[in-house]
Design a binder for this molecule. Structure first.
Ligand code: ZN
Length: 274
């Protein structure tokens, strides 16, 4: 963690979010080295563990129901909803005290603010709620290494070509975001964003626009999750632009989605610690 900290260009900066598994020693160190960062927990691995525990404790017929109820708890978008959904899960699992105790003692009581929607929707995680991306990179590297007995030179070569491959893929995706326009993004509403933000971000905005039909410009109904946790304009914001007949301004898109180059831009790219 100290070494990681040294890599930051501006020394007083820290990552806003660090995503880990429930590795208590690691989590403790993060608290010490990056006290201002939010330590989220990988949802994918939590759900996998809870799923396995459910299989172990619960009879076949109920497993699917309880698994779904658990997912609903994880996705609860506010604290009231969380309370209601947890209550439902408890009711349904009443005969499986070992399971419900595990879920509460290992996950919900100590860590709910690290993976349940009601809490993490307020954190600017830019869509990173699982460690799957890193896991994939690690898997890819292992493929390139082939086995666990190669020497230093072979390891270095494999790591180097893995990084080069990744860099190539990222550059290609940037090129696409620059030059290729998707049919759904032709509207003048996206005029300031086309070619200036990633296509993945544009797709999310297009999806969010569908919510405007029932959100309108109402903040309360909106919940504004896309703005607070992705750094992208949420439905109520989009509703206001649509109503005013103005295109979406570029500055409501977080700089993360606007970075379409691998060059280091000290003034623009590194000012918010992301
Ligand atoms: Zn909103």
């Amino acid at each position: 963690m100290e070494k990681l900290k040294e890599l930051f260009v501006k020394k007083d900066l820290c990552p806003q979010v660090i995503l880990t598994d429930r590795d208590l020693a690691l989590m403790k160190v993060i608290e010490i080295v990056f006290p201002r960062s939010t330590n989220l927990l990988c949802r994918f691995h939590i759900n996998k563990n809870v799923g396995a525990k459910c299989k172990q404790h619960v009879v076949n017929d109920l497993q699917k129901t309880i698994d779904t109820l658990w997912m609903e708890v994880v996705w609860a978008s506010d604290e009231v909803e969380y309370g209601q959904r947890l209550h439902q899960l408890e009711q349904t699992s009443v005969d499986y005290i070992g399971f419900i105790n595990y879920v509460k003692d290992t996950w919900l009581t100590p860590h709910k603010h690290r993976f349940v929607g009601a809490w993490i929707n307020r954190v600017l995680h830019l869509g990173n709620t699982t460690t799957n991306r890193v896991e994939y990179a690690h898997w890819k590297l292992k493929q390139m290494l082939g086995n666990s007995i190669c020497d230093m030179v072979k390891c270095w070569k494999a790591m180097n070509s893995n990084l080069r491959l990744q860099l190539g893929n990222i550059r290609a995706s940037f090129q696409k975001s620059f030059y290729e326009v998707e049919h759904t993004h032709i509207s003048p509403f996206y005029g300031y964003l086309r070619g200036s933000i990633s296509r993945a971000a544009l797709r999310r905005i297009v999806e969010e626009l569908l919510r405007v039909d029932y959100v309108g410009t109402n903040r309360k109904i909106c919940g504004c999750t896309l703005r607070t946790s992705y750094g992208l304009p949420c439905a109520c914001q989009l509703g206001r632009y649509a109503l005013g007949g103005i295109p979406i301004p570029i500055d409501v898109v977080h700089v993360h989605w606007r970075k379409l180059t691998m060059e280091v831009e000290l003034e623009v790219g590194a000012d918010d610690g992301s």
